[in-house]
Design a binder for this molecule. Structure first.
Ligand code: NAP
Length: 253
């Protein structure tokens, strides 16, 4: 018996990093899992890695989360091919600009908000509309960041989008709770992925993080995945509207 038996889980940005780690755990817990990201070749490689002994339980679909029409088409495809999602893990995000907030180029402002906020919103709306129509419960897990609830120097727009995700999480939890649909967020600190390579490639920036983090190191993607499984599963049926920090104690001081 797995903790996600009979559930359909959609993980956006599932071809790498934290999303891939979450997908692998969900497959291991018995779910049928859809991985989406922009690139088919990365998705195919990730599917082969996460499937374990359940290759029939893993599905892939290219979907740019900054394109609402692709999101709509993907949800319709999932519904037809796999079944209506019970769990949505909003994880695909972008951070194209590293520099002072007031110098942010407008195109990068737009791209960051399109993917990180509008993308999370449109996927959620599409999945929740189906849950509501069917009268079924569900769980939305939003991967936010500790940068959404503190100053985010040199990553200001990214931090603003993660603050928006936290706000969206709380509002939707209240608006959807009576329908049995739970909405929670995970706020990781520094995690060793391609996304964070600007930070992890710099000894100075790594030291800034690890000196302050109680555990003295940054995280692996798998260290984020366990909480996502808990929030997706029926072990967390009384948990909604919350933001869970996983940062090795970075924000404890
Ligand atoms: N790593 C950290 O230190 C850290 C800390 C806090 C929060 N986070 C959050 O964790 C989440 C995952 O990040 P990660 O570190 O795991 O990054 P990652 O290893 O770079 O993986 C990002 C994933 O998102 C996909 N993706 C990127 N842009 C996309 C788009 N526009 N539409 C659809 N898919 C897209 C990528 O695949 P394709 O290239 O194929 O699209 C890939 O599957 C993000 O929400 C990020 O903000 C990360």
């Amino acid at each position: 018996m797995g903790r996600l038996d009979d559930k359909v889980v959609w993980v956006t940005g599932g071809s790498a990093g934290i999303g891939k780690a979450i997908a692998a755990r969900c497959v291991a817990e018995g779910a049928r899992v859809v991985l989406s990201s922009r690139k088919d070749d990365r998705l195919a490689r990730a599917a082969a890695e996460v499937c374990g002994d359940r290759p029939d339980a893993v599905f892939t679909r290219a979907c740019h989360c900054g394109e609402p029409s692709q999101i709509a088409a993907t949800v319709a495809w999932i519904e037809q091919t796999v079944g209506s999602p019970d769990v949505l893990v909003n994880n695909a995000a972008t951070n194209p600009y590293f520099g002072p907030l007031l110098k942010t180029p407008p195109s990068m402002w737009d791209k960051t908000f399109e993917v990180n906020v509008r993308g999370y919103f449109e996927t959620t709306r599409a999945v929740v509309d189906r849950l509501l129509a069917a009268g079924r419960p569900g769980s939305v897990v939003n991967v936010a960041s500790i940068q959404g609830s503190r100053a985010a120097p040199l990553q200001g727009v990214y931090g603003m989008t993660k603050a928006a995700v936290i706000s969206m999480t709380r509002t939707l939890a209240v608006e959807l709770g009576r329908a049995g649909i739970r909405v929670n967020a995970i706020a990781p600190g520094l995690v060793d992925t391609h996304f964070a390579k600007t930070l992890t490639a710099s000894d100075d920036l790594v030291k800034l993080y690890t000196d302050r983090a109680a555990l003295g190191r940054f995280a692996t993607p798998d260290e984020i995945a366990g909480l996502a499984v808990y929030l997706a599963s029926d072990e967390s049926t009384y948990v909604t509207g919350q933001v869970f920090t996983i940062d090795g104690g970075y924000t404890a001081t």
